[in-house]
Design a protein around this ligand. Structure first.
Ligand code: SF4
Ligand code: SF4
Length: 292
């Protein structure tokens, strides 16, 4: 089972929930944790894994052989990202825009384009006690997070049991790549106008992807009831509410593990897991909320 944990905005407690659910469930089942927030991975600060492997994530970069190129411009026509341009007999490539799709090399009538791997980030794997840990990190300044997310996400196939995917915040391409093809998605939000706005965007994304989802409200009691009202109107189940508590924030700030320091939170997380299983099995109140 692949469980994605996402949020429309950063700072809602998404990683905190993902990490602590993984810690608790790993006591009774095999759990893999995939940190797909490749621009700013931070789950390792809480899980403290021992990293065993580190490999480069690379994309094929087109290299033009000027001696063979006849300047026909077909490569520039096919490129959807303007990563290769032809001016007369000059062909220029822009590696930072190239998505490595291979289209230009495939269509070049002179076979003037070859490809060489170009590193865009790293993928690290290891163990945090019983939790299989995998995360990616895109190189600084590299605007290509999605291929690194896909490299991390692919590792879900190599794992047993529950796979928890910590998605990046927002609803952009890297988030879609993280959530797509999950069995269930938890959308973490907070009861504020910003939280509601970004939740609505995240709900739209989950519906578009046809991934069943439910909501977790973090810092409950701080804001207003508009998130709860919205969920009631839309038939979206609220699976857990975590009350605001400054001690939780302090624990997070020093990289602590909430389920260890505050065992009373374990009950709520166990009930959350049961609710998720019911929803995935089609027996929950919001089992069809993604189909609207
Ligand atoms: S498609 Fe090939 S031959 Fe035509 S401009 Fe591009 S590199 Fe040159
Ligand atoms: S590999 Fe794809 S994205 Fe890169 S330059 Fe060629 S067509 Fe454009």
């Amino acid at each position: 089972m692949i469980l994605a944990i996402a949020s429309g905005k950063g700072g809602t407690g998404k990683t905190t929930l993902a990490v602590n659910l993984a810690l608790l469930l790993a006591e009774t089942m095999p759990v893999a944790f995939l940190d797909c927030d490749v621009e700013e991975p931070n789950a390792h600060l809480f899980l403290k894994p021992t990293i065993e492997t580190c490999e480069q994530v690379a994309l094929p970069e087109p290299i033009v052989d000027k001696a063979r190129c006849n300047g026909c411009g077909k490569c520039a026509e096919i490129c959807a990202f303007n990563a290769i341009l032809a001016f007369g007999d000059q062909v220029l490539t822009f590696p930072e825009l190239c998505h490595g799709c291979g289209g230009c090399a495939l269509l070049c009538p002179e076979e003037a384009i070859t490809e060489e791997p170009r590193g865009i980030g790293v993928l690290e794997t290891g163990w945090a006690d019983r939790i299989r840990f995998i995360h990616g990190r895109v190189d600084i300044g590299m605007p290509l997070a999605t291929p690194v997310v896909k490299a991390v996400r692919k590792r879900a196939k190599d794992t047993d049991g529950l796979v928890i995917v910590d998605a990046p915040p927002g609803t952009s391409c890297p988030v879609v790549a993280s959530v797509k093809d999950s069995d269930y998605c938890l959308l973490v939000t907070e009861p504020t106008p910003f939280g509601l706005n970004d939740l609505e965007l995240a709900v739209g994304m989950a519906r578009e992807l046809k991934v069943p989802f439910g909501v977790v409200i973090n810092r409950a009691g701080l804001g207003d009831d508009k998130v709860a009202d919205y969920c009631a109107r839309e038939g979206i189940p609220i699976l857990l509410e975590v009350p605001f508590d400054r001690r939780y924030a302090a624990c997070y700030a020093r990289g602590g593990q909430l389920v260890r320091e505050f065992p009373k939170l374990q009950d709520g997380l166990r009930k959350l897991w049961l609710r998720i299983r019911m929803e995935v099995g089609g027996n929950g109140a919001g089992a069809a909320c993604h189909q609207r």
